[in-house]
Design a protein around this ligand. Structure first.
Ligand SMILES: [Zn+2]
Length: 242
């Protein structure tokens, strides 16, 4: 018998009473499991497997992927009772479902996910919840090995490019200085203002504790719109490479 902490990423009905669940687990990474008879009225497991709960799931063996039990470790009741919190928590789980392939343990991602969910659960205002989303995406991208170059122009190597007009080239995954912008060979770019660039550097460069202790979430949140736009294109570009 195996047991591991897990978050439910997705579910799909199969047959008459069964359901297939996709989990992100602490011990095995992303795995799919069948829950037999879970759609029968008498089944008790169904509610426990609803996202975004943190659960302990049990199953017989790696080859026999049938869920035998689930215990809720953290129901994140504040997330469940707040529409905005829930939307962001589910978005985060959907990102993992979209981008993570294969059953490989990833403790760094596990800890990031758990830390972010706990942060969202305790968050006292919308700003903190929005901040958690930006924070998670940043560290998720970083953990996958796709950190953008935010310090020097990838074309000429110039380091002091923090002028007013900076372009981010998503295809090259780098900022481009003003002198090199005429030679841009892509439409897949975005103009960044200095504050957006600095916010990105902070998000990528610092951990959650630092950002909270130094109350840096507000300057970052002033750039929320631009940052969300940046990450939307960033993730779309990443999806094409993955
Ligand atoms: Zn340059």
């Amino acid at each position: 018998m195996y047991t591991t902490p897990a978050f439910t990423l997705a579910k799909k009905n199969i047959g008459e009473d069964d359901r297939e669940y996709c989990f992100f687990t602490k011990k095995f990474g992303k795995i799919s499991m069948i829950a037999k008879g879970i759609r029968k009225p008498s089944a008790k497991l169904s509610g426990q497997l609803e996202p975004p709960r943190l659960i302990n799931i049990s199953f017989v063996s790696a080859n026999n992927k049938k869920i035998t039990g689930a215990i809720v470790k953290n129901s994140f009741s504040n997330i469940a009772s707040d529409v905005q919190k829930e939307a962001i928590a589910l978005y985060i789980l959907s990102l993992i479902n979209q981008f993570i392939i294969g059953e490989t343990q990833d403790l760094k991602l596990w800890n990031l996910l758990k830390e972010t969910m706990e942060f969202i659960d305790k968050a006292e205002d919308n700003n903190s919840v929005n901040f958690a989303k930006l924070y998670f995406i940043t560290k998720f991208v970083q953990n996958a090995g796709f950190e953008p170059n935010l310090t020097e122009c990838t074309s000429c190597g110039a380091v002091n490019v923090l002028g007013p007009k900076i372009v981010f080239d998503f295809d090259k995954n780098s900022i481009i200085c003003r002198n090199c912008q005429d030679q841009l060979k892509t439409n897949n770019f975005m103009n960044l203002n200095l504050q957006t660039l600095k916010s990105l550097q902070l998000l990528f460069g610092k951990n959650l504790d630092y950002l909270i202790k130094n109350e840096l979430d507000l300057p970052i949140l002033n750039q929320k719109k631009a940052l969300n736009q940046f990450f939307q294109t960033y993730l779309k570009t990443l999806k094409n490479i993955y």
